[in-house]
Design a protein around this ligand. Structure first.
Ligand SMILES: C[S@@+](CC[C@H](N)C(=O)[O-])C[C@H]1O[C@@H](n2cnc3c(N)ncnc32)[C@H](O)[C@@H]1O
Ligand code: SF4
Length: 369
């Protein structure tokens, strides 16, 4: 039997404090909750046999897991699914010191994704972050000191009451640091968040899009190539794990709320830590959703995900067809309006979104559905 080759995602649903804008599946853990969860996770890991291509430990804030428990988790993942081509962990600058970073490095983690959001102290305060700009910069420098050569930072633009000037300062600091990758996210105002409750005055579309374009400009001028709508990397530092998602390949998700795509089925785990731990203890399944992916659904997903990427989509992702074979009218309309462009890669016709289309991607995609 050949083993499935897949990305492996592990969800750690805990944070020290919820940030004002964030609706990710995470909360402040009650006492012993982390231990119980990590115990259950170890058992869930044993339930699957896959050949892990990439590993991504995400959250929440994986770096609030105490060192001994984190060490056990990483060793277990490595034994069950390793070796990995790339092993990433998300860290919050307010939760890591040199020893923790060194432990991660020594355990074979070779990529760090640091949640920075901004290098402006005022903005960090508004966001409810638990660290200062200096602490974020120190986290990057310490990671570099222990040996990490593949460091990514997350930044958020478009936060209420921020200006293009503070964003430019943040970008300036970012490009001065030893990093190889930037995830540059536009703020999404999410239901149920503190920020939503504050009913903030949002920036205008013009300001928001202006910030996005300014980010693209500064990052590209500094050698970070945009390879996805929100992601920029120095050559060869694209995130291999996230590319598995965007190319709609197979991945195994472990832990609460984690999504897997194995074969032609998508699974999603239950979201409650309590129910998850109990299900694992009882030897029961942990699934909330199981969805059979039909050919039309896969095609639609390939278009949605593929158009996020600079390499766009072509016959490989479209069952041997070109986008204009499948959607001649939408392609003609969007190309005519300057939102879609055709290009040739190794003799094959492909389509991608133009820079003009990136800020309005959702409206553009709606032409295909
Ligand atoms: C799991 S967190 C990263 C690690 C760690 N929890 C931290 O925040 O430092 C994933 C990233 O998603 C982004 N994010 C979360 N909520 C967002 C929102 N409402 N709008 C835009 N980006 C968001 C942030 O940039 C955040 O760093
Ligand atoms: S942004 Fe990161 S630290 Fe903040 S609440 Fe979300 S997951 Fe937790």
């Amino acid at each position: 039997m050949t083993m499935i080759k897949s990305g492996v995602y592990v969800h750690i649903p805990f944070c020290l404090k919820k940030c004002a804008y964030c609706d990710f599946l995470s909360h402040r853990p009650r006492s012993l909750e982390v231990n119980e969860y990590m115990e259950a996770l170890a058992k869930e890991i044993e339930r699957f046999k896959v050949e892990g291509q990439t590993l991504f430990i995400g959250g929440g804030t994986p770096s609030i897991v105490p060192p001994s428990l984190m060490e056990r988790l990483i060793k277990k993942l490595d034994k069950q699914y390793g070796p990995f081509l790339e092993a990433t962990i998300e860290v919050n600058p307010g939760t890591v010191d040199l020893d923790y970073l060194k432990m991660l490095y020594d355990l074979g983690i070779d990529r760090l994704s640091i949640g920075v959001q901004s290098f402006d102290d005022d903005t960090l305060k508004k966001m409810g972050r638990i660290h200062s700009s200096n602490e974020a910069q120190e986290a990057v420098l310490k990671a570099c000191e222990v040996g990490f050569t593949n460091i990514s930072i997350d930044l958020i633009y478009g936060y209420p009451q921020t200006t293009i000037k503070t964003l430019e300062e943040t970008l300036k600091t970012a490009i001065s640091l030893p990093i190889s990758h930037v995830s540059f996210y536009g703020l999404q105002l999410e239901e149920g968040t503190e920020l939503m409750k504050e009913r903030p005055q949002m920036l205008s579309d013009k300001e928001y899009v202006g910030m996005y374009y300014r980010g693209m400009e500064v990052l590209e001028a500094s050698g970070f190539m945009q390879y996805e709508i929100s992601n920029f990397a120095k050559p060869d530092f694209e995130c291999k794990h996230n590319l598995i998602y965007w190319k709609n390949l197979e991945y195994l998700g472990l832990g609460v709320g984690a999504v897997s795509r194995l074969g032609k089925v998508r699974y999603k785990n239950i979201e409650s830590v309590l129910t998850y731990v109990k299900s694992i203890e009882d030897g029961a399944r942990t699934l909330l959703v199981e969805e059979q992916l039909t050919a039309p659904v896969i095609l639609k997903e390939n278009i949605m995900l593929g158009l996020r990427l600079k390499e766009g989509i072509g016959p490989n992702e479209l069952g041997g067809f070109s986008l204009d074979d499948l959607y001649p009218e939408a392609v003609a309309l969007l190309s005519g309006a300057g939102y879609l462009e055709q290009f040739n890669q190794l003799g094959v016709n492909r389509y991608r979104l133009t820079k003009k289309a990136l800020p309005v991607m959702n409206s553009v995609l709606s032409y295909f559905f």
